[in-house]
Design a protein around this ligand. Structure first.
Ligand code: ZN
Length: 91
């Protein structure tokens, strides 16, 4: 028995496998159909999130490197936490 639960997962942004504490890790809600957060189009523009898109979406872990990169990117582009336009190129 240990209360230090560690999971291993793949970072949504950089696809790197990393281990994380599920209680601490940053996650982003991803619609598995579009591989984008619900409410964001593949072009990175906003649209109303459909309830069914939110319902099928799952939380994907994001590694600390990408969290800081995304935070910086969000600051530079003048909007906070703009996961929709980051990473700039998909794949
Ligand atoms: Zn990453």
């Amino acid at each position: 028995m240990s209360d230090h639960a560690e999971n291993t997962g793949r970072c949504y942004a950089c696809k790197r496998t990393f281990s994380f504490d599920p209680k601490e890790v940053t996650t982003v809600l991803i619609d598995p159909e579009t591989r984008m957060p619900p409410g964001i189009t593949v072009l990175g523009s906003l649209r109303p999130a459909k309830p069914e898109a939110v319902a099928r979406s799952v939380d994907e872990p994001v590694c600390p490197d990408c969290v800081s990169k995304a935070t910086r990117y969000g600051e530079e582009s003048g909007s906070d936490r703009s996961w929709g336009s980051w990473p700039p190129s998909s794949n």
